[in-house]
Design a protein around this ligand. Structure first.
Ligand SMILES: [Zn+2]
Length: 584
C-alpha cells in the first residue's frame, strides 16, 4: 500500500511528451520537424483547432524542443526533447521561468500579458535558450495587447518566441496572423483514436472490448483529451472486461442496433411499434434526448452514405450496422432523410424544453412516423406514371395514405410511466465524416461536387454554382466553366478554395469563354416543367389531392433559381402540428 503511486488521471498521464506522441497531427509534426532540422524555427506559431485537439500540449512540446539541452546538457534545439533535462522537466510541469503560459480568456490575463510582453522581451532569458510566451485563446486579447504584441513581432528579438493557441482563428488580426507559422490541428480520425485508446488501455492493463472503444471514440468527437477521460471513467467502473453495455450506460446511450430498429420503424410509419421500442429503451435507462440525438445522427449518417458510400466504412460502427446503413441509404429518398433531420432537430429543442422529456420524445416519434412515410412529389409522380389507369369511381393502384395513419396510435401509447426525470445527459455522438485524403476519387462527376457543397450546407455557394456556372469541362480536381453575366467575379476562386478546404486537395478552377451549356438550374427547370405538366394532367393527381387535402406539389417550380437549395421544401407540406388523431 505504501509503495502505491498516487492515482493520476489518464488524460494527464498519457499527455504527449514529444512530437512523436502527437497522434493524428502528422502534417504539423512533419513541418515542425523539417523546420527544426533546418535550424529555421519560426518566431511565432499559432495553433488553431477545436478544444481537446492538443493545442496547449503541442505548445509545450515546442517550447521544450526549443530549450532542451539533452540529458548531457550539451544538446541544441530538437524535435525529440529529452524530457529529463532541467528545462524539459520545468516546462512540462509549467514552472519554467522563461516559458510563460498565459490565458487571454482570463480577466487578469489581458493586462498582465501586455505588461509581461513589453517588459520581458527587453531582457534575455534567465536560464533557457529562448524566452517563450505561450498565449492560450489569443483571440481574446485586447487591442492594446495586440498592439504591444505586434511591435514585438515586427522587430523580434532573437531570444523571444511566441506560441499562440486559439479556437477562433478568424478573430485574430491578420497583422498578427501574417507573422505566425500557422498549424491547424485536426480532429483525430476514428481509426487513429481507437488505436490510441487501445494502446492506453493495454498500458494500463485494462480490458475493454472493441465496440466499447468505438462508442467512446464516437462520443469524443475527435478530441483525444475527451476520449482519454471517457476511457478513464469506463475502465474505472470495475473489475473484468469493460463492455459496450457498460459504456452505453455510462454515456446514457441506447443500444445502437436498437436505435436503428427504432429508426426503421419510424421510416416505415409503424407508430405503435416505434412507441413501444422507445418506451422499452427508456425503461432500460436510455435518455430520451440521447435517443433522439442518435436518431438524428443516423439520419445524417445515412444521408452521407447516400452521397459518399465510403462513409459506411467507419471503424466505430459495427459490421451489421454498416450493412443496415447501406441498405437504408439505398431505400430512403434524400428528401425523407432531410425532412427527418429537420424534424429531429426541432424535436430535440422541444424535448430539451419540455417538463417531461419522455412525453415530448413520444410526441416527436409519433409525428416522425407520419411525415417520414409520406411519399414525396417525385415518388408520387413516378408512382402515378407507373400506375394502371384508375378504375371508375376513384381509388386506384396507388396507396394514398401513409400506413402510420392506419395504426391506432392511441392504443399504441405505452402507459404513462414516464414521470421521472430524464436520464443522465449524454455526450453528443456525431460521426466525424472524413472527406479528405483520397478525396478526388469520390468526385467522379460534377454532380458529386454539387453534392459535396450541399452536404457542407454552404447554401450561398450552392445557389451560385447551380445558377451562375456553365460547366465546360470537368475532371476530378479540375473545373472549367463560363460564368453567367450576373455571376460573382470571384466565384472560381472561392469555389476552388472551398473545395480545397473540404477535400484537403488542390482544385484547379478556371474560367473559359463562350461555353453555352445550361446551368444546373436551367437544366432542372426544363425537366421540372415537363414533369409538372405530366403530373397535373394525370387524373390520379386529382385523386391524390382529394385523399390528401393538405398535400401540395411544391417541388416543381418554374422559378428554380432561388428555390433549389431548399431540398426539404420539396416534400408535401404537412404541417408539423399535424394531429395524428384527427383521422380516427
Ligand atoms: Zn530536455
Amino acid at each position: 500500500m505504501s509503495d502505491a503511486k498516487p492515482y493520476q488521471v489518464l488524460a494527464r498521464k498519457y499527455r504527449p511528451e514529444t512530437f512523436a506522441d502527437l497522434v493524428g497531427q502528422d502534417a504539423m509534426v512533419r513541418t515542425l520537424t523539417n523546420a527544426f532540422e533546418a535550424g529555421r524555427i519560426a518566431q511565432a506559431f499559432i495553433m488553431t483547432g477545436i478544444r481537446g485537439t492538443g493545442k496547449t500540449t503541442t505548445a509545450r512540446i515546442i517550447a521544450k524542443g526549443m530549450n532542451c539541452i539533452g540529458a548531457d546538457g550539451k544538446g541544441g534545439p530538437t524535435t525529440k526533447p529529452c524530457g529529463v533535462c532541467e528545462h524539459c522537466v520545468a516546462i512540462m510541469e509549467g514552472r519554467h521561468v522563461d516559458v510563460m503560459e498565459m490565458d487571454a480568456a482570463s480577466q487578469s490575463g489581458v493586462q498582465n500579458i501586455r505588461d509581461a510582453i513589453i517588459e520581458s522581451v527587453a531582457y534575455r532569458a534567465a536560464s533557457a535558450r529562448y524566452k517563450v510566451f505561450i498565449i492560450d485563446e489569443v483571440h481574446m486579447l485586447s487591442t492594446s495587447a495586440f498592439n504591444a504584441l505586434l511591435k514585438t513581432l515586427e522587430e523580434p528579438p532573437a531570444h523571444v518566441k511566441f506560441i499562440f493557441a486559439t479556437t477562433e482563428i478568424r478573430k485574430v488580426p491578420v497583422t498578427v496572423l501574417s507573422r505566425c507559422q500557422r498549424f491547424d490541428l485536426r480532429r483525430i480520425e476514428p481509426e487513429v483514436m481507437v488505436a490510441l485508446l487501445r494502446k492506453i488501455a493495454t498500458a494500463e492493463g485494462a480490458k475493454i472490448t472493441d465496440d466499447a472503444l468505438a462508442l467512446i471514440t464516437r462520443a469524443a468527437e475527435g478530441s483525444a483529451r475527451d476520449a482519454t477521460s471517457l476511457l478513464d471513467q469506463a475502465i474505472s467502473h470495475g473489475a473484468g472486461e469493460t463492455t459496450a453495455l457498460q459504456v452505453r450506460a455510462m454515456l446514457g446511450l441506447a443500444d445502437r442496433g436498437r436505435v436503428l430498429d427504432l429508426f426503421d420503424m419510424i421510416v416505415k410509419g409503424e407508430a405503435a411499434a416505434a412507441l413501444a421500442e422507445l418506451s422499452s429503451q427508456y425503461a432500460e435507462g436510455a435518455d430520451p434526448m440521447a435517443i433522439l440525438r442518435d436518431l438524428a445522427e443516423i439520419a445524417h449518417w445515412v444521408s452521407v452514405i447516400k452521397i459518399t458510400p465510403d462513409a459506411a466504412e467507419d471503424p466505430t460502427i459495427g459490421p451489421d450496422e454498416r450493412v443496415r446503413g447501406r441498405s437504408m441509404a439505398t431505400d430512403l429518398p434524400m428528401r425523407v432523410l432531410t425532412r427527418l433531420w429537420q424534424m429531429l432537430l426541432k424535436s430535440l429543442e422541444e424535448v430539451s424544453l419540455a417538463p417531461n422529456s419522455m412525453m415530448a420524445a413520444e410526441m416527436a416519434v409519433i409525428r416522425l412516423t407520419h411525415v417520414a412515410d409520406l411519399p414525396t412529389p417525385e415518388e408520387l409522380v413516378r408512382r402515378l406514371q407507373d400506375a394502371p389507369p384508375p378504375p371508375k369511381g376513384g381509388g386506384g393502384g396507388v396507396r394514398m395514405a401513409p400506413s402510420g395513419t392506419q395504426t391506432n396510435v392511441q392504443s399504441g401509447l405505452p402507459a404513462s410511466t414516464h414521470r421521472g426525470p430524464s436520464g443522465p445527459s449524454a455526450h453528443g455522438a456525431q460521426t466525424a465524416v472524413a472527406l479528405s485524403a483520397h478525396a478526388l476519387a469520390r468526385y467522379e462527376t460534377f454532380d458529386d461536387v454539387v453534392a459535396l457543397i450541399r452536404a457542407k450546407r454552404d447554401v450561398h455557394l450552392l445557389v451560385e454554382v447551380e445558377t451562375s456556372l456553365r460547366l465546360a469541362r470537368y475532371q476530378p480536381g479540375r473545373i472549367e466553366f463560363t460564368p453567367t453575366p450576373d455571376a460573382s467575379p470571384d466565384l472560381a476562386q472561392r469555389l476552388g478554395a472551398r473545395l480545397q478546404m473540404w477535400t484537403g486537395t488542390r482544385w484547379g478552377v478556371t474560367v473559359v469563354n463562350d461555353n453555352t451549356a445550361p446551368t444546373l438550374a436551367e437544366a432542372r427547370d426544363t425537366t421540372a416543367t415537363a414533369l409538372n405538366a405530366a403530373a397535373v394532367e394525370h387524373p390520379l393527381v386529382q385523386a391524390v389531392f382529394k385523399a390528401f387535402p393538405k398535400a401540395r406539389i411544391t417541388a416543381i417550380r418554374t422559378e428554380a433559381a432561388r428555390e433549389i437549395t431548399a431540398e426539404a421544401e420539396a416534400l408535401p407540406e404537412v404541417p408539423d402540428e399535424w394531429d395524428p388523431f384527427e383521422e380516427d
